[in-house]
Design a protein around this ligand. Sequence first.
Ligand code: FNR
Length: 341
Amino acid sequence: MSRAKRKLDHIQYALNDKPSGMTGFDDVQIVHQSLPDCSVEEVSLHSEVGGLVLSSPFFINAMTGGGGEKTLEINASLARAARETGIALSVGSQMSAIKDKEERRTYSIVRKENPNGVIFGNIGSEATLSQAFEAVEMIEADALQIHLNVIQELAMPEGDRSFNGALERISHIANELSVPVIVKETGFGISKEAAAKLNNTNVAAIDAGGYGGTNFSSIENSRQERKKLFFDQWGIPTAASIIETASVTGKTVLASGGIQSSIDILKSLILGASAAGIAGKFLKILTEEGENELINEIEYVNEDLVMMMTALGCRDITSLHRAPAVISGDLYHWLHSRGLD
Ligand code: FNR
């Protein structure tokens, strides 16, 4: 199967696949504060990742590029929505454009449509340092995401089967690149063990990328005859993964995987994340309701966050990290059995 066809398939299957919702956020309850001593105009949504200032604590996460006109159109729309709302945006994996120069325009359109915005590049952990430089240069990226996707590769018949040396390559890239490096999982979650390994590198941020949202095992299994269903329920729920990651690293933690609403973003921030990435939900709004609806949704989320932060008396994102929450159910048991309670 061609790479371009696979990318289009992923978009289609991601749109049809219903997220399990098993992110663990339902087990997090925010503690209401009746005397917040705060007003709406005092609240700042600014956050920081690797020295970059984000005007909102959420961003459009990596999805697409390569694959022709359809992905070009999606990327152009996402870039305009990010430009109009000021939020950061990541492109999908640039590995295909590094291998095939024809595909570059489906990525560089993002910088054309959004010349001054914060844009993250995206490569796989198999990339070399020179490929990392190329990805940054292709879109004048402000930061580079390196994605970890062992499960998706194993689920694909044509996927990689060797994952040796990824940490060394990531570490080398983080040492040499002039822009911050963000390591992200793609829906199966970073454990505290993996986070501890990354903590010894110069990466700027770790995106927990947990379970409960877009599920690339289930997407691959829908496409294949020889199914590997054991991977469909594999993964660390997003809420657990944020806590696992934050427990061992002083680095910036990002949250993604199944973020569907402003309350999911708020809970991510309370659990220790500095910003949350949203992929599937924004893709759905864009393709089903259009670019203007996506812009409206992003603006509503900003407004919701300001309201909720005011109610909690938290004027900025770092004070949210100290806001009290009660953890129950499966998430409580997960944290207890992992020594994180
Ligand atoms: C993705 N994702 C992704 N991630 C990445 O690092 N590089 C990539 O090229 C892609 N490609 C991609 C295509 C499509 C169609 C989707 C929906 C997603 C993964 C994405 O960034 C995110 O980690 C997961 O989708 C989980 O987040 P959501 O979708 O539950 O918000």
